[in-house]
Design a protein. Structure first.
Length: 262
């Protein structure tokens, strides 16, 4: 299968199919889905950490060589800073919109809810486009690395999509339209992947640094986005379950890396 087709198919899987899987949770009773979803978050945390530290970063360092190791570290720092700034901008935009309608009564509440829905769609499109870039960079290095990266992307997208669907419904979209819009943002993943494919093909020397940037994105999502939510419950049983599932997520990536390296 041509490499571009691999990239398009799996970028679509990471961006679109994850939304379809997320919808399955909506068919479950709310109490049951509320119990299951945090387990997915724990597993996704491990998958992201494993993909970043066991797959993407080693490939980036190997591709750059010993002389490029320092630049890989710099790229990692820049990547972490980039994702921090992007998250800050999204949070600022959201809080600014809410404060502008704080005293607007019921109409203001409806406007804020709708604006939150629009913000989710814009943010998801940008996020998915970046995911597509990461998937393309991984596939350009090797198909096995691309598969591992796609798995990590899909793992963290499923619980993310469930939350986004709930926000869209709260914003006034009916469930069918919310689902279609959620699926539609996944197209941005394919667009980002195709753009990265042609861009990185022209500048192959930039590929190790694209992988380091991808590793920074995964690390930031896991450490700044997912782990703080896991700390909201600190009872021994929940904490033990979280540790086991995070370890399982890392183990799955490590096993995939070992199998594809044989």
């Amino acid at each position: 299968m041509p490499l571009l087709l691999w990239i398009v198919v799996f970028a679509a899987f990471g961006g679109i199919a994850s939304a379809v899987f997320a919808v399955l949770f909506l068919w479950l009773p709310e109490e049951r889905s509320a119990r299951i979803l945090p387990h997915f978050v724990s597993f996704a945390t491990g998958a992201l950490l494993g993909a970043a530290l066991l797959a993407l970063l080693p490939e980036a360092i190997e591709g750059a060589g010993s002389r490029g190791a320092r630049q890989i570290g710099l790229t990692l720092v820049i990547g972490l800073g980039f994702f921090f700034v992007v998250e800050k901008l999204v949070l600022w935009w959201h809080s600014h919109d809410e404060s502008g309608d704080h005293h607007a009564g019921r109409a203001g509440h409806d406007h804020r809810a709708h604006a939150s829905g629009v913000l989710v769609l814009v943010g998801d499109s940008i996020h998915n486009a970046l995911d597509g870039v990461l998937i393309a960079a991984a596939f350009l290095t090797s198909v096995p690395l691309g598969l591992v990266t796609t798995f990590a992307v899909a793992a963290h997208e499923i619980p993310h999509r469930v939350g986004d669907f709930a926000i869209l419904v709260h914003a006034g979209f009916d469930r069918r339209r919310a689902l279609l819009l959620n699926l539609g943002t996944g197209v941005a993943s394919v667009v980002g992947a195709v753009a990265a494919y042609y861009g990185l093909q022209r500048v192959r020397s930039a590929l190790p640094y694209a992988l380091a940037f991808a590793a920074a994105g995964f690390l930031y999502i896991a450490v700044a986005g997912l782990i703080p939510g896991l700390h909201r419950r600190s009872d021994p049983r929940t904490s033990a379950t979280q540790v086991i599932l995070i370890t399982l997520g890392i183990a799955v990536i490590a096993l995939a890396e070992w199998l594809t390296g044989q």
